[in-house]
Design a binder for this molecule. Structure first.
Ligand SMILES: Cc1cc2nc3c(=O)[nH]c(=O)nc-3n(C[C@H](O)[C@H](O)[C@H](O)COP(=O)(O)OP(=O)(O)OC[C@H]3O[C@@H](n4cnc5c(N)ncnc54)[C@H](O)[C@@H]3O)c2cc1C
Length: 411
């Protein structure tokens, strides 16, 4: 007899148990609209301008994609989702939708806000993680400059980082010190409140200082438990090597490596920039190579689970299942404290809720914040869902299957 549960992502009754009939029909409507690629492309282009012009489109966005992909505008609204999902043993990662802001004052305000989010998460039963993007707390141009200079130095990412930081001008050095101080204040709050801090990966041309900072933070805060997680984008061909290198450093310096594995969200931007500036694209040759490295990454982390805390952050059914199967093969419990699965709010409920039902530790990434701040995130989701081979077809299939099961409409 096999004591481990057999996981299937086909059960739509589990997947959408939290949705009322009305909510299900609304999701059907939104994903149906998103099938029209020309409409989404057009919307993605004009929305930021309309927002800048203060045209009254907030209401439309709020009722449609915002409602589908975000948890609300305030922290209190996220608590409603947390309680609702908690009933199904699905947890939340709070993702305060700030990215790409500029100016000292804004960065400082963002630190205060994220610390408030961390404190709030610690009062909630079902919110074990908070995520951040370094670009919410650091000037993009400075990150880019440090990154560029790191590429000119020899050694590994840490060695390059220290060499570059030492050589920064007084002004830039001062600015960078403030960035490091901001991030340290955030991580200290997370550590104090036992909240995991997931540091998102962004564009490759700013990622090196982010990686170096993550390694330093993990060394400081992940001694006996995992507080800080770096994100590894496997659509880059060099990241499996980077994951293994990070692990080597963590073993040597005796800390737990926090690794959130993703495929990567900026593929088109990466390729476009590589062509524009005439350098080799960091992106894998094709999807097969990306999938292969992603699954090898999972395998590597699960083989070292005592020293790596892994988050499988994906909507790919094979990868999610593969992680569960590897655990089962190795007789490791599905709720081992070093393994967690996560999907984005509004997507792949068939994976999240069926994993939870099988006893896996799983969460939804829940972006929230004022609509104007989450627009870049919403635009990425819209594009991801319409791109060829994107999620929309799959999402619609499951939603319509459940609509039929509930006998709400005929297709
Ligand atoms: C919880 C969570 C957190 C996330 N955090 C981050 C983050 O911090 N940073 C970030 O960049 N992204 C992040 N993402 C987004 C993620 O990187 C992917 O864009 C998204 O999840 C789609 O990949 P997938 O694994 O779900 O599955 P799939 O649908 O199987 O894969 C699609 C992905 O494969 C890759 N791909 C597609 N075609 C090719 C090709 N021809 N060559 C090479 N690669 C290709 C692309 O990355 C594409 O997005 C996160 C996703 C989740 C679920």
């Amino acid at each position: 007899m096999n004591p481990q549960p057999v996981i299937s992502f086909e059960n739509t009754e589990n997947a959408f148990a939290y949705k009322s009939d009305g909510q299900l029909k609304k999701a059907n409507f939104i994903f149906s609209i998103m099938q029209f690629q020309w409409l989404v492309n057009w919307g993605v282009k004009i929305t930021p301008y309309l927002m800048k012009l203060n045209l009254p489109i907030n209401g439309l966005i709020r009722k449609t994609i915002f409602k589908q992909f975000c948890g609300g505008e305030t922290l209190e609204e996220t608590a409603i989702v947390a309680q609702q999902f908690g009933k199904y043993k699905v947890q939340l990662v709070l993702d305060y939708g700030i990215e790409g802001i500029e100016g000292e004052e804004n960065f400082e305000a963002a630190v205060d806000e994220i610390i408030r989010v961390i404190y709030y998460a610690s009062t909630q039963q079902h919110i074990p993680f908070v995520s951040i993007k370094i670009t919410g707390y650091a000037p993009f141009s400075l990150l880019q400059k440090i990154n560029e200079n790191m590429l000119k130095e020899s050694g590994d990412v840490m060695e390059q980082y220290f060499k570059v930081v030492e050589k920064l001008s007084q002004k830039e050095g001062g600015e960078w010190k403030k960035v490091v101080d901001r991030i340290n204040r955030i991580v200290a709050a997370a550590a104090e409140k036992h909240i995991g801090l997931l540091i998102d990966a962004e564009e490759s041309w700013i990622q090196n200082p982010v990686d170096a900072l993550c390694m330093q933070l993990m060394e400081k805060y992940n001694k006996n438990r995992c507080i800080v997680y770096n994100t590894i984008q496997h659509y880059r061909f060099d990241r499996l090597t980077f994951l293994k290198w990070s692990f080597g450093v963590s073993v040597e310096r005796e800390f737990v490596l926090g690794a959130k594995l993703v495929r990567g969200a900026y593929m088109e931007k990466e390729r476009k920039r590589a062509i524009e500036f005439n350098y080799p694209s960091p992106i894998q040759s094709d999807k097969i190579a990306c999938d292969k490295d992603y699954n090898l990454g999972i395998e590597f982390c699960i083989s070292n689970l005592e020293k790596i805390s892994l988050i499988v952050a994906s909507h790919n059914e094979f990868s999610n299942l593969y992680a569960a199967q590897l655990l089962q093969q190795k007789s490791i419990s599905l709720n081992h404290p070093h393994i967690h699965w996560s999907q984005l709010f509004g997507m792949s409920d068939n994976i999240t809720f069926n994993l939870a039902k099988a006893g896996c530790s799983v969460s939804k990434y829940l972006p929230f914040g004022p609509i104007k701040d989450v627009i870049p995130y919403l635009m990425r989701r819209a594009q991801e869902n319409t791109s060829i081979g994107g999620q929309t077809g799959k999402e619609l299939g499951f939603i319509r299957k459940e609509i039929q099961r509930r006998k709400l409409l005929k297709y």
